[in-house]
Design a protein around this ligand. Structure first.
Ligand code: MG
Length: 369
């Protein structure tokens, strides 16, 4: 595949329901889309979901935009085989996973459209419907938390993941377990907010039958995850700790987790996500697709990925109205607790006209042949 042009389209959006985690509160985003036009005139879309104002792993939004500019010039001058676009084979350029994912996923979209197939089919996906979960952030009170939980139950979600942090853990989890009943799938995500001095509190979460505890300790501390895993019956899920295939292999060797949250943006692209899924499954781990507040563009490619057999747990890919009053694409909707995986060409959606007409939209050509 040869590339004719790469453009950046950035537009500000507000979240309808700000998401508070132990890292901070996500209230607004600059949506950063990548449009790649091939030499055959095929257009593919990707999204850079690097966080703005809240630390996570990898680049911030401003750092990632600088990476996009640099990577666009590198990739634009080459002949591309999208199936070889692993994050560690970008001609010696390391890191920059959010930007690599934005470009690589746009190339996958163009590749699928050029072949007249859905991205789902191009990635080997099979599911027509995905049953997503919903994330509920840290709240100021149990009453506010309960209102959020009841809203999501009424919308039809069949799995809830609660954000926790020291001081907001046992009581809210017990409260929500009481609301949702004993058989409902309930997970918790600490976003690395705890230390090994908190083993006791985390151990008590098993009393509330949570499906897993996601990322209790800092990303680089696989040892504490392994030690805690050996002490408790609740599975540990890793997110921030797993940035590349070497991290995954280390976690497997150390028995640091039984579950992996695979976000294609965090690991540098769809190729890496698929490779990590296959490795994790071959070692008996549960895997699922995580989200990064994607708009419809990023959500569509995540849904295509999540439609692959082998993703054993529900993905964090809620309906558009969980995040945005107006999505940048036709919205993804929850019907009977499920979201349809697009089956038209490519990712199956494109940005709507309002994006390009927005008074604050910024459009920049990053590469032109
Ligand atoms: Mg997480």
């Amino acid at each position: 595949m040869r590339i004719e042009s790469i453009k950046s389209i950035r537009v500000p959006v507000s979240l309808v329901d700000p998401l508070r985690t132990s890292h901070g509160t996500h209230s607004n985003r600059i949506v950063s889309l990548v449009e790649i036009t091939t030499s055959d005139g095929i257009v593919g879309w990707g999204e850079d979901v690097s966080p703005d104002g809240v630390s996570y792993v990898g680049d911030s939004a401003s750092e990632s935009f600088a990476s996009l500019r640099m990577l666009a010039d590198v990739v634009g001058k080459r002949t591309i085989d999208v199936a070889e676009m692993f994050s560690d084979t970008w001609w010696g350029i390391g890191g920059r996973h959010f930007a690599k994912h934005a470009i690589e996923s746009a190339l996958w979209d163009a590749h699928a459209r050029a072949n007249g197939v859905s991205l789902k089919n191009a990635l080997g996906g099979t599911l027509e419907l995905v049953t997503p979960g919903v994330v509920i952030g840290v709240h100021d009170s149990l009453d506010a938390l309960e209102a959020s939980v009841r809203l999501r139950l009424a919308e039809g979600y069949q799995r809830i993941k609660l954000k926790i942090q020291p001081g907001w853990d046992l009581v809210p989890v017990q409260h929500v377990r009481h609301i949702v009943g004993s058989t409902f799938t309930l997970q918790v995500d600490a976003n690395a907010a705890y230390t090994p001095t908190n083993f006791d509190v985390l151990h008590q979460l098993q009393d509330f039958d949570v499906q897993f505890i996601e990322q209790p300790f800092v990303a680089g501390d696989l040892q504490s995850h392994a030690e805690f895993s050996s002490l408790t019956s609740t599975p540990i899920c890793l997110d921030e700790s797993i940035v590349n295939i070497n991290d995954l292999m280390s976690a497997i060797e150390m028995n640091a987790c039984r579950v992996v949250n695979i976000k294609p943006s965090r690991v540098g692209g769809l190729c890496d996500a698929i490779r990590m899924q296959e490795v994790a499954v071959s070692h008996g781990l549960d895997v699922w697709v995580g989200g990064m507040l994607e708009t419809g563009v990023g959500r569509a490619s995540c849904l295509a990925l999540a439609s692959r057999a082998g993703f054993t747990l529900t993905p964090d890919l809620s309906a558009s109205n969980r995040y945005f009053a107006t999505d940048v694409t036709e919205p993804f909707v929850l019907v009977d607790g499920r979201i349809a995986v697009p089956d038209s060409e490519g990712i199956g959606v494109s940005p709507l006209p309002w994006v390009f007409q927005h008074p604050d939209v910024k459009i920049e050509t990053l590469f032109s042949a």
